[in-house]
Design a protein around this ligand. Structure first.
Ligand code: AHM
Ligand code: MG
Length: 319
């Protein structure tokens, strides 16, 4: 089944179908730019920084332009929130019911220069009558990501199930290859940047020590560990074969609220995770219940296998 056939069967709003179609095309183009980045001289730094003060690569800016240009061609898009742009963009045509698209046009871009997987992440919601542009996690209508790996894939949810499409370059179409992605409740693989362990709080340290201790430790089994430094790649692996992902707030990043951003990283990945049967927590609250006050707000993220995230939460009371 192609993406367009799937959208026609699952989505009743033609404006939403049009928007997803435009985002899918944008991701296709971004994947091509990623693939050709070394040939086209688009690696290295652009000499600019994003709203979080992180150095931008030329391709971060190209990806933002492709994503933005595609979205605004949908006449019902009202608001854009991008990792690469400080200000929220409110279109002059914005009205109640219009789409709010929050996106990270190229996530994990430190992997670009070494030819490893990166991706794009997005969340779609609607402007309410108060025209407040900041979405609530539980109001998302659609969340998704594209992964630019050995193949380009688009993973989507509208709230009922998580589906994955693989780009068939020969047929020039996205084809449904994962009809119902589920995250097993139990896991024996975790993903965390261990180089930050000196900054961790007692809860995170206790969790990771429990995993590393293996069969004779408190968890009573062996755990494997993977870290790609690309949230899209790490979350995609968890959707495909299970596991848990952690980017917690720690002593070094807590002043800014963590590393990952709520609207265009944590919210969409949390919705995908929940719909796939998993959990997404900030260590205290389910991420989708967090209220945000600024466009680039950051958060602690612990997501994936339901029992594993719940186990992490229970360690709070012991520390
Ligand atoms: P980015 O949006 O600037 O690429 O940053 C987000 C990325 C995530 O994809 C990944 O999980 C994390 O940063 C990796 O951070 P670290 O370099 O600390 O391992
Ligand atoms: Mg990012």
């Amino acid at each position: 089944m192609t993406l367009n056939a799937y959208l026609a069967s699952e989505v009743s709003d033609p404006d939403l179908i049009d928007l997803i179609d435009r985002i899918a095309s944008a991701c296709w183009k971004i994947g091509q730019v990623v693939r050709d980045s070394a040939l086209d001289g688009n690696q290295g730094h652009a000499g600019t920084v994003n709203p979080q003060g992180e150095e931008q690569k030329p391709i971060d800016l190209i990806a933002d332009d492709i994503f933005r240009t595609s979205c605004v061609q949908n006449s019902n898009v009202a608001v854009l929130i991008s990792e690469e742009v400080e200000d929220i963009t409110t279109l002059s045509t914005a009205q109640s019911g219009g789409f709010v698209v929050a996106y990270d046009p190229l996530d994990g871009s430190s992997n670009l220069d070494v030819n490893l997987s990166v991706g794009s992440i997005f969340a779609i919601s609607r402007l309410g009558a108060d025209l407040d542009p900041l979405p609530e996690g539980r109001s998302l209508e659609c969340a998704g990501y594209a992964i630019y790996g050995p193949s380009t894939m688009l993973v989507l949810t509208f709230g009922a199930r998580v589906v994955g499409f693989t780009l068939d370059v020969t047929a020039e179409d996205y084809v449904l290859t994962q009809a119902d992605m589920r995250i097993p409740a139990e896991a024996s693989e975790f993903a965390i940047n261990v180089s930050r362990s000196r900054h961790w709080d007692a809860q995170v340290s206790a969790y990771v020590e429990g995993c590393i201790a293996g069969p004779t430790g408190p968890r009573g089994k062996a755990f494997n560990m993977r870290w790609t430094a690309s949230m899209v790649a790490d979350v995609h692996r968890i959707l495909m074969r299970g596991g848990v992902f952690l980017y917690p707030t720690d002593a070094e990043n807590q002043a800014q609220g963590g590393k990952l951003r709520l609207f265009y990283e944590a919210f969409p990945m949390a919705m995908i995770t929940e719909v796939a049967g998993g959990r997404a927590s900030n260590g205290q609250t389910d991420i989708l219940d967090v209220t945000a006050t600024s466009a680039h707000q950051r958060t602690s993220v612990i997501l994936g296998a339901r029992d594993e995230v719940t186990h992490f939460d229970t360690l709070k009371s012991h520390t």
